[in-house]
Design a binder for this molecule. Sequence first.
Ligand code: ADP
Length: 298
Amino acid sequence: MIELKDVNKVYGNLKALDSVNLHIRKGEVLGLVGPNGAGKSTMLKIILGIAKPTSGTVLINGKVPSEKDWREFKASVGYMPERVAFYDNLTGMETLKLFARIKGTKIDRMINMVKRILSEDILKRKVGGYSKGMRQRLNLAQALLNDPDILILDEPTSGLDPVGSREFYHILKDIEERKEITVILSSHILAELEDKTDRIAIIKNGSIKAAGSLKELYRRLKLPLKLQITIKDKDEVLEGMLRGLGVSDIGYRNGYLIASVPSENKLRVLSAMLQEKERFQDITIKEPNLEEVFFGVH
Ligand code: ADP
């Protein structure tokens, strides 16, 4: 649907984006993950047409967009910037009416969605008294006023506590369930993206180091699985057996034997362990998490 081809963005002598190639597919939830300053916002702004690439191409539906194509595309996008300035002395509802006027739409169309995001009571209050979580919800509500097909969220949960982030993703899930929507969101908080996205693009120093589903990424990186065995005491016989099956990094913590298993040896380790059932209480083999994928990419 949207494709960045060999996109570079230079600010003065700083290369904010370096040969970025990225294809965003219709209906997917794509997470852009990277540390602060990696180039995520710049990438989102180029997708939005707010910033122009220094070189390279942006394609919309497979072709270089005309002015009209850009206009139509922009009308179908909702953008939640990382920071947005609201007037403190307007109420939430007045703020959304103002945004609706700027966008050339009417709030009535989306009023039910707005009320799912912010209660009527909160909408009547002045924005100056809003908590960080309420401001983020207001920011999301303004992005939805044009009933977008594509939602672009820049660090939507930065500054929110875990409860606030959880509520935010609940709302997002609700939106996704109501209509087919493409979501592109950036975050430097890895754990929260694991089960919220279809694909993840890992961005470091202005380039995309890897992109794919979490499963694809850790297969490609050949990251080991994590073995966790509930065990009473150190068991050297078991350790020796595990080493013979390619298990490494064996250690003990909080009543567990913890170790790394090459993914191709998973079933062999499990079946060998079943022969030794009396030596331990429980066993789990976990896939690596996004943090491990992130640090495994160079
Ligand atoms: P992220 O969103 O991953 O934190 P950004 O895209 O905001 O990263 O920034 C990437 C780099 O480009 C940073 O070094 C930032 O300082 C720089 N940068 C971003 N916008 C501008 C700008 N308008 N002028 C100059 N430098 C900028």
